[in-house]
Design a protein around this ligand. Structure first.
Ligand SMILES: [Mg+2]
Length: 272
């Protein structure tokens, strides 16, 4: 084996038939090309070997088409049904668990669009916290005092708090860009409750977002660059790879650590 990958506890289990890739920090976001085979080539080779691939991001506003376009720009083919964002998962979750609820959104227009498109009926958006059943938080770099006040009102009447993720930041063009984490802490404080996270690391995004069964997840490898991805894999019963990440991270230990993406091919091949 090249690089730093080491045999993990996963070696004793069955073959890996599917690889789920995180996007930012794994397939996109690096300022310079990473050493080794390009991502598009690694993914083509996985497909050629009969391994299914999927793509999961904690973006709160990307549609599947947005992901397909973004990945095409970096030479990675993503097919319909293979991609989901935390915003897309939120839209599904609201449709399944809170149809008809009055929603107060703290987030961007992209998330509003995803929720509206997934809903079976017109969404009941409210801007007044007193009228909200559910407060939905996504990435909201322009969070205002007014929004926090409305969230506090919603909290006083017992509204539920849902968030796409609590990621502090993500990698874009080599720089860490703020995620929804800071906004979420402010909204939680204003409402006096903790949010239910719908994106990674909750397995909902894999199970309902990608439609993977518990049995399929047991033969799935999750590849990510943060402890959130490892937690996702562990909670879903999947194998995990930490890619190109600092050694000291919180959270569970991944099955493997790699520094070159093509090592995924060797890991999958080794389990056959
Ligand atoms: Mg990442």
């Amino acid at each position: 084996m090249r690089g730093t990958s080491t045999p993990g506890p996963r070696d004793a289990k069955g073959p890996l038939r599917r690889v789920v890739f995180d996007l930012h920090g794994v397939l996109v976001g690096h300022p310079l090309p990473l050493p080794g085979a390009p991502a598009g080539e690694v993914i083509s080779r996985l497909r050629a070997e009969g391994v299914a691939v999927a793509f999961v991001t904690n973006s709160s506003s990307s549609s599947a088409s947005d992901i397909i376009r973004m990945m095409a720009d970096v030479g990675v083919e993503v097919r319909p049904g293979e991609a989901i964002s935390a915003g897309g998962a939120m839209a599904l979750y609201l449709r399944e668990h809170h149809p008809g609820a009055r929603l107060l959104l703290v987030g961007q227009p992209g998330l509003r669009r995803l929720i509206a498109e997934a809903a079976d009926a017109p969404v009941r958006w409210v801007s007044n916290g007193d009228a909200a059943d559910v407060v939905v938080v996504g990435r909201a770099p322009g969070l205002t005092v007014r929004e926090l006040e409305e969230a506090a009102r919603a909290g006083r009447r017992g509204a539920l708090l849902l968030a796409t993720s609590e990621d502090a930041s993500f990698l874009v063009s080599g720089e860490q860009v703020p995620g929804p984490g800071k906004t979420l802490r402010q909204v939680e404080h204003a409402m006096g409750v903790s949010a239910r996270i719908i994106g990674k690391p909750d397995p909902f995004i894999l199970m309902r977002g990608l439609g993977l069964s518990p049995e399929q997840l047991r033969s799935t490898l999750v590849v990510g660059d943060s402890s959130i991805d490892v937690r996702l894999g562990v909670r879903a019963g999947a194998a995990t790879v930490l890619f190109n990440a600092p050694a000291e991270q919180d959270g569970p230990t991944p099955d493997w650590r790699i520094e070159r993406l093509e090592e995924v091919l060797e890991l999958v091949g080794r389990t056959k």
